[in-house]
Design a protein. Structure first.
Length: 185
């Protein structure tokens, strides 16, 4: 007569095991439980882990050097990386934003055949051309004033200075200046 002591039985090879479970199944269940516990711990702890990583927005710098003044040609130079137009008239420099004030497309400079004297909003200057936006057709005078299309405001003009350390021009796009601003170098 076969007897069963407690919950232990003997198999044909003489190895005993817990009643109703085999070692392979127990191992699998153990690993599954551990995995579920690990996932649960990760989900529960995620807010804490995330709070340890600061929310950092990597914005381009607001002040940057663009090169020595003498390296810029007479007239207008487009600085694509900064979406900026740098104007040079002999020893006078000024910077105009290339970002359309409608929806932010980059405007293009359309030069006149010959420079011409223009007066816009009581400011007289030597116009080299004007700006056109390729997206929705806004147009701006050579000093930045919007005059056609949906753009609601003039193009921005930014502060310029010469770096004492390197002698290069420094643009500060955080500081807007009036359209008659000129840096004399
Ligand atoms: S973005 Fe320039 S006109 Fe719309």
């Amino acid at each position: 007569m076969r007897t069963v002591a407690s919950n232990t039985i003997q198999n044909e090879t003489g190895v005993s095991s817990e009643a109703g479970t085999d070692p392979t199944r127990r191992g699998f269940l153990g690993r599954l439980t551990a995995a579920v516990a690990a996932v649960g711990a990760l989900v529960a702890g995620w807010p804490l882990l995330r709070s340890l990583v600061p929310n950092v927005l990597y914005e381009p710098p607001k002040r940057f050097r663009i090169g020595a003044p003498e390296n810029f040609q007479e007239g207008v130079t487009f600085l694509e990386e900064h979406r900026l137009f740098l104007f040079r008239d002999s020893s006078n420099y000024h910077a105009v934003s290339g970002i359309c004030t409608h929806l932010g497309c980059t405007v293009k400079f359309s030069p006149f055949t010959l420079p011409q004297e223009e007066t816009v909003r009581e400011f007289t200057y030597r116009a080299l051309g004007e700006f056109h936006c390729p997206c929705h057709g806004s147009r701006f005078r050579g000093e930045g004033t919007n005059y056609a299309g949906p753009a609601p405001r003039p193009l921005k003009c930014f502060h310029l200075e010469v770096s004492r350390a390197t002698g290069e021009l420094v643009v500060d796009v955080a500081t807007e200046v009036s359209r008659d601003f000129r840096l004399v170098v």
